[in-house]
Design a protein around this ligand. Sequence first.
Ligand code: GDP
Ligand code: IMO
Ligand code: MG
Length: 430
Amino acid sequence: MKVDVILGLQWGDEGKGKIVDVFSPRYDIIARFQGGPNAGHTIVFDGKKFVLHTIPSGIFHKNSMNVIGNGVIIDPVILFREIDKLREAGMTPEENLLIANRAHLILPTHRMLDAAFETDKKDAKIGSTLKGIGPTYTDKYARNGIRVGNICYPGFRKMVDDLREMHLKTVNSYGFDLSSFTLDGMSFYDYEALWFESIERLREFKVIDAEAYINKSLSEGRSVLAEGAQGTMLDVDFGSYPYVTSSSTVAAGVCTGLGVSPHNIGTVFGVFKAYCTRVGSGPFPTELSNETGDKLREGGREFGSTTGRPRRCGWLDLPALKYAIMLNGVDSLIMMKADVLNPFDKLSVCTAYKESGKHIDSYPFELASEGLELTYTDLEGWNTDLSSVNSMTELPPALRSYMKFIEDFVELPIDTLSFGPDRLQTLQAR
Ligand code: GDP
Ligand code: IMO
Ligand code: MG
């Protein structure tokens, strides 16, 4: 067996959580391979809504085992907030959740470093979710990090204290101090106490060699679905650097984030919205800072699942989508939020980038460049409510044409279409 992959092709929040939940019954194992609690994956069913930050989106299916892979970084406080919410809803996540011992821990001081670095950037802020993502991955690569497997070491407390000490030297030099710093409305010290309590609770969970588990499962014929977080345009290498996250959000990240060989990557499903959104700072070529953008934001309820911030909205960017498809080797496309475009008579899609009047073939290195011009194609809207559509063949012709235009441009089929947040508001061609 091979590992299939679901990942985002835009700037995150494409609807990955919903689609992983919809696809989960077909897989034995669902595994998150990167990112941390900067992610917010929304799942809606039976009139209930859940937002997951660290736990894979297969958790609602009792028969799927869910793995938090080694490429993920974990804040135990946030993890247990999620676990407690699932328990309140009558679930027993301890039964179908496994945690990689090689996953790195986010310390409270990582979050403090994130805040210090962002504050210092002044007008050039990344717009980070301030969950400690950048500093934790930095410590991982600087070989200072602490991993989940370390929690059972007798020297664990000292490891944390030493790293905390190291962090404090930096944050103090940025003018931050522990006594005035707050995290999620708590004093730093209260958050830290909760962090240690959560570490104790982590000991009751199954912490495993996840790469061994996944490879053994594949060789025994079990199916695995890898769940991405963020999106390709936020990838640390290929996104609009430095306005990116700190992990490999692309399909290559599955190999390092779960410990599987490139030979074992199967179908790559790429998720994109029928338009574009971005939350946080950084260039966004098709952004609509006008009433049309507001209409997309209101219709799509485009407010961050993790931070509640309004998302910036714009038309679909086909050169960016094509670039993302290339980077990930996407086999099958999943288009989300088609319903949000229902009220539009006319739609636009970006079809080319030009620099100083010349067509650019590759994706531009500098998206914020002054000389960058965009070419748009106008398409008919479908102006039809989609709630009673039951199959791909029943779609309004203008929506079929919109999809066909995208399919022809990127040379890939849209096999799945989502037209509402609920699990059931999904159509599949095959
Ligand atoms: P993720 O981070 O990629 O999992 O996406 P988020 O959960 O952050 O954001 C997607 C938002 O759109 C959530 O509020 C979903 O409930 C919602 N959503 C997902 N699919 C659809 C859809 O087809 N139509 C509409 N209107 N909302 C959707
Ligand atoms: P999901 O998995 C959308 C954005 C932040 C910021 C930049 C860096 O829900 O799609 P970080 O906290 O990583 O230091 O922030 O990346 N960002 C996301 N935007 N969806 C996400 O995750 C995101 N995770 C991070 O807004 O611009
Ligand atoms: Mg999200």
